[in-house]
Write a protein that binds this ligand. Structure first.
Ligand code: CUA
Length: 171
């Protein structure tokens, strides 16, 4: 009888854990970890997709946007970007030194920036507004002062802003 009770108990634990995974995945739209793409952190500014003029927001052929950003002790580059609402946004980021993280407050955008690797994920922002984007991995003495700003605006306003500000940067 005791064995049977343990079997039921352990089975229900498994079912509970699976239910939590399904719930967070579907209800909170949490994202699985991204694939592994290596990059040389000492050459970010020299060549490749993370050179200075490529940082910020670019528009892709299908109208979606792509954001390139770098985390470094103790700031993000760019410090402030403008993004369109209801548009697929792909973030591509990496770190120039320590492990950093970033999240866009009030949204499901949340990732780590690891030196030597490119982090990439795609999300959509369904409401306009201002968001803080703090670093959420302890990265040294200046960690608490490391954050950026993101402004979500209507598409027409975004297109206008970007035509005047390369990379849609507001820093
Ligand atoms: Cu960068 Cu904490």
């Amino acid at each position: 009888m005791a064995e049977r009770r343990w079997a039921i108990l352990s089975l229900s634990l498994i079912v509970m854990v699976l239910a939590v995974i399904v719930f967070t995945g579907i209800h909170w739209a949490s994202m699985p970890p991204s694939g592994i793409e290596p990059i040389d952190p000492t050459r970010l500014h020299v060549s490749g997709e993370f050179i200075e003029q490529n940082l910020g927001v670019q528009i892709r052929a299908d109208g979606s946007v792509i954001v390139h950003l770098i985390g470094q002790q103790y700031s993000f580059n760019p410090q402030c970007i403008v993004l369109p609402v209801d548009t697929n946004v792909t973030f591509r980021g990496t770190s120039a030194d320590a492990v950093h993280g970033f999240l866009v407050t009030g949204t499901n955008a949340n990732a780590m920036l690891v030196p030597g690797y490119i982090t990439t994920f795609t999300t959509r922002f369904s409401q306009t507004g201002e968001h803080l984007m703090p670093c959420h991995e302890f990265c040294g003495t200046g960690h608490a002062a490391m954050w950026a700003n993101i402004r979500i605006v209507p598409r027409a306003e975004f297109d206008r802003f970007r035509s005047e500000h390369p990379g849609a940067r507001c820093d």
